[in-house]
Ligand binder design. Structure first.
Ligand code: ATP
Ligand code: MG
Length: 653
């Protein structure tokens, strides 16, 4: 297989050594110890959180066919909000917990741990007054404002289970999620504000509730005032949060919950099909997000840490809120978008708040790259020390740009591979320890045992390419699909019995580094050669005229499958026949004749999920001429893109 990073490597910068939590040797020792004796390792790290009643049993997990059961620290008693807030008050009451940066650059707020405590208690009291208690599900459909964090932590404080639905979802999607988990309380805002545009959140909640089937009821809608819009309020059901907040105190005891008490339900982003209601529980999740936040981002007291995700995605749950707050960190929460008011916004925010660690997604980087270097270079970014990536494979071309232009050749990049299901990062570099290879998520984290298996489940050793599975449990793992344990077992443990199947394809190189090649469902088989989509896409993106690419297979008489490439060009580049031929030749030269694209369609837009991931299953249907069966499209961010692609489909040869 071709290494599109052309063998370039980046050792940890020497100036990292005095400070980093681990160096190449200690990280290796720690990893080996975690694999040799997981009970001992995770017992030690069980102390990362505080317990009302200590556990005596660390790990009780089974991936056995038909009897999958995952329990960590099971007889301990704790509370997530206590660990994120109360236990820090003695030493950090006046330290900033959350820096909030509004959509409008003139708006920001600093919230201390004491203020966070008081606001979360008030929100919890408002919920408690509406009969929300242990085990009740609460749907949160909010913009990125501090109240979203207060609401989540308020649920945790009461032992209630939050289900956050991204504010970009439609009333239909929201209704499906309210119904699936049976929430009787919904928390929302009058309107959201993103990129200067208003989002009718409360109106969407009303429309969603109207669509609920008979017998499914929402008793209370709590509405936070964000824009001050005049929205319809049902006097029996709806309440303004600011009014309710005035009626309650800033003290609310933490419910004592068992380690395995559900903390939240979160639906996957829907790249591969109908979203799954992933359930995470309390203690193991906190231990895992806390340890990974500390080591992957080499977090130290005083660092300013910014993850640009929305709290509607798992990245927002684990690495804006729970991981950082468990560690007593200062975490930045951003309401806006990367290109508003202009393409420099991310970098301006970094300068404004002196951000040290910046964690974002390849989709954002590719769109920013399109605008060139000038918007980045107009800012200082001198405070930056570390960069991170999550959500999709990062093409080596985008990686190099991120490193060179954003990080001024100074900042390591942690390419973090994980899933909603895994709760936290499983494969990632550690910045003080790992030599980086652009495009590779590098090595497994402590306690993680990745394996590559072939289609028959045979474990592949050494340099190999196959399906990525995890051989044993880790504390942050999802426990079940909400309300459907059978679906949980069928989806993740039936394909390769006894192992957790990620659904992703992966290659391991001679140094033991992992390279995610894309979804297994997306693998292309050309004349008997299996090929991941990521590699061909990265080759295309490496061409100066290409900003984004998505590659799928389609039935081909001779080769079995042909390669169909959808290509988005850099702004200002004209799509021509000459360019089409040039791109075909380019991929041939970069990877080899076997990867030669058969058809290239220039596509100004690609179908993406609302979290910005390319939905290849839809592109595959278009390439296969199968327009009737596009599958679940409810998580598509712009359905019009599909029509545009269908109309411009390339004729087969
Ligand atoms: P669904 O499961 O509903 O199809 P989804 O898989 O997009 O949606 P997420 O849990 O948000 O839902 O995404 C996890 C997936 O994202 C991984 O399985 C992987 O394909 C991809 N991914 C995440 N981070 C990386 C990374 N650093 N490198 C490569 N791929 C990544
Ligand atoms: Mg998935």
């Amino acid at each position: 297989m071709t290494d599109l990073s052309h063998g370039k490597t980046y050792p940890p910068p020497p100036e990292w050594q005095p400070r980093a939590w681990v160096n190449p040797q200690t990280s290796r020792e720690m990893y080996d110890a975690s694999i040799a004796d997981p009970e001992l390792f995770w017992d030690e790290h069980g102390q990362r959180i505080d317990w009302f009643k200590p556990y005596t049993r660390v790990k009780n997990t089974s991936f056995a066919p038909g009897a999958v059961s995952i329990r960590w620290y099971e007889d301990g008693v704790t509370n997530a909000a206590y660990n994120c807030i109360d236990r820090h008050l003695e030493t950090r009451a006046d330290q900033v917990a959350i820096i909030w940066e509004g959509d409008d650059p003139s708006e920001s707020k600093h919230i201390t741990y004491q203020e966070l405590h008081d606001e979360v208690c008030r929100f919890a009291n408002v919920l408690r007054n509406r009969n929300v208690g242990k085990g009740d599900r609460v749907t949160i459909y909010m913009p990125m404002i501090p109240e979203a964090a207060y609401a989540m932590l308020a649920c945790a404080r009461l032992g209630a289970v939050h289900s956050v639905v991204f504010g970009g979802f439609s009333p239909d999607s929201l209704a499906g999620r309210i119904e699936d988990c049976g929430s009787r309380v919904v928390i929302t805002a009058d309107e959201g504000l993103r990129g200067g545009r208003k989002v009718a959140l409360k109106a969407n909640v009303d429309a969603a509730i109207d669509r609920l089937p008979p017998g499914v009821d929402v008793d209370h809608v709590i509405v936070v005032r964000r824009t001050g819009a005049n929205v319809a309020m049902d006097p029996l059901r709806d309440v303004w949060y600011d009014a309710a907040r005035e009626m309650v105190t800033a003290e609310c005891p933490c419910e004592h919950v068992e380690a395995e008490h559900p903390l939240f339900i979160l639906y996957t982003s829907g790249s591969t099909g109908k979203p799954k209601g992933v359930l995470h529980t309390t203690a193991g999740y906190l231990v895992y997000t806390s340890i990974t936040h500390k080591y992957v981002f080499d977090y130290h007291d005083g660092d300013i840490y910014w993850c640009t995700a929305d709290v509607g995605w798992v990245t927002g749950h684990s690495y804006i809120l729970y991981g950082p707050l468990t560690n007593g960190a200062t975490t930045l929460m951003f309401e806006g978008v990367p290109n508003y008011p202009d393409m420099s916004r991310f970098w301006q925010v970094i300068d404004k708040h002196q951000v040290n660690t910046f964690y974002t997604a390849p989709t954002a980087l590719r769109s920013l790259m399109q605008a060139g270097d000038a918007p980045v270079k107009a800012t200082s970014r001198a405070s930056l020390r570390l960069l991170g990536s999550v959500g999709e494979p990062i093409n080596p071309e985008a990686w190099e740009w991120y490193h060179r232009v954003v990080g001024d050749d100074r900042c390591p990049i942690v390419d973090t591979w994980w899933q909603t299901e895994t709760g936290g990062v499983l494969i990632s570099p550690l910045p003080g320890a790992t030599t980086l290879k652009p495009g590779s998520a590098t090595l497994p984290l402590f306690g993680i045992r990745p394996e590559l298996v072939d289609a028959d489940g045979k474990v592949l050793e050494g340099e190999a390419e196959g399906n990525l599975v995890i051989a044993d449990s880790w504390p942050g793992q999802m426990r079940t699909v909400y309300g459907d344990h059978q679906r949980f077992m069928d989806t993740y443990f039936a394909t390769y019995p006894g192992k957790y199947f990620s659904g992703d394809g992966c290659r391991r190189d001679a140094d033991g580094y992992y390279w995610i090649t894309g979804r297994v469902d997306d693998v292309i088989n050309v004349s008997g050669h299996r090929m991941g989509t990521a590699e061909v896409e990265s080759a295309l993106v490496a061409h100066a005229s290409v900003s984004e690419a998505a590659v799928v297979g389609y039935p081909h008489d001779i080769k079995g499958q042909g390669i169909y490439a959808y290509v988005t060009l850099m702004s200002g580049v004209e799509p021509t026949e000459t360019l089409r031929k040039e791109l075909v030749g380019w991929v041939r030269q970069e990877i080899g004749p076997i990867a030669t694209p058969d058809l290239i369609q220039f596509a100004p837009n690609l179908p993406k999920t609302r979290s910005g991931k390319i939905m290849r299953r839809i592109l595959r249907k278009i390439a296969e001429d199968d327009f009737g069966a596009l599958g679940d499209t409810s998580t598509l961010s712009d359905p019009a893109v599909v029509d545009e692609l269908v109309n411009n489909r390339q004729n087969r040869r």
